[in-house]
Design a protein around this ligand. Structure first.
Ligand code: SAM
Length: 255
């Protein structure tokens, strides 16, 4: 298993259970999210029974956003985390969402349109591996369910490190690995049998949700991701399991 889930020495990357040329991955991933964008939020609620909202709140609790700070929500999609940051830090100096898929950002802009504070969010199409910002542009970066989709997780973590100021912090929310075999069996059963079928029913797109569950299986476990963050230059790396490890939060600092 390619635990980096990104480009290796041979420039390969995983796309679900397939191994592909790393350069192909952004286009394939973009196609997945373009296809599901209009049903993305409804599917999140259906698949997780609403629990993704609690996980995102746990991310915000750990991040503890403060007024006056500059926030980057990378792979921010329809903007749940960015709106959460603004609701906790209404005087944030900047809240910027970067995402590869314009259609996801369009959904996010639409959801944020009614509220004056939310109108402060900047929505930018961009790739995690080539962020369109100078060094030290942000105090905090969040990545919620984005990392496993990146062409190279390592290169993206290094790029985030570049755009954080010294003293800045990265918090990642991502699916992870459950610690016990019985639970793993149940979770696999639900993931591989129920989720793709739900995708077909609700989003008329079985394949994209098959990709989703496969990409979760290919993603590094809690300790491996913490190790990768440390290798990419983050300090004081730590993690917290959510729902027994179905998801996990990782935090690291640029010191
Ligand atoms: C599962 S969604 C997560 C959206 C949102 N953060 C959330 O938690 O609901 C993954 C997002 O990652 C974006 N993405 C995938 N690869 C990316 C990349 N290389 N750079 C930036 N965004 C990327 C996709 O377009 C998609 O919107």
């Amino acid at each position: 298993m390619d635990k980096s889930s990104g480009a290796s020495a041979s420039n390969s990357a995983s796309f679900g259970f397939r191994t592909i040329d790393a350069e192909q991955k952004p286009r394939l991933v973009q196609e997945v999210f373009r296809s599901v964008s209009s049903r993305y939020d409804i599917m999140n609620d259906a698949m997780s029974l609403g629990i993704h909202r609690l996980w995102k709140n746990a991310l915000l609790d750990w991040l503890a956003p403060l007024d006056g700070r500059r926030f980057l929500d990378l792979a921010g999609g329809t903007g749940d985390v960015a709106r959460g940051v603004l609701s906790r830090a209404p005087q944030a100096a900047a809240v910027v969402v970067v995402d590869l898929t314009e259609d996801m950002l369009a959904e996010g802009r639409r959801k944020s349109a009614g509220d004056r504070a939310r109108k402060r969010i900047r929505w930018i199409v961009g790739d995690a591996q080539r962020l369109p910002f100078p060094d030290a542009s942000f105090d905090c970066c969040t990545v919620s369910f984005g990392l496993r989709n990146f062409g190279s997780v390592g290169d993206s973590l290094a790029e985030i490190h570049r755009v954080l100021r010294t003293g800045g912090r990265l918090v990642v929310l991502e699916f992870s690995q459950v610690p016990n075999e019985g639970l793993q069996w149940l979770y696999d059963h639900y993931s591989f049998r129920v989720i793709p079928a739900m995708g077909r029913l609700i989003a008329n797109d079985r394949e994209s949700y098959q990709y989703l569950v496969e990409s979760i299986r290919r993603f590094p476990d809690q300790d491996a991701l913490a190790g990768l963050m440390t290798d990419c230059g983050y300090d004081r790396v730590s993690y917290r399991n959510l729902s027994m490890g179905i998801a996990a939060l990782h935090s690291g600092w640029k010191l």
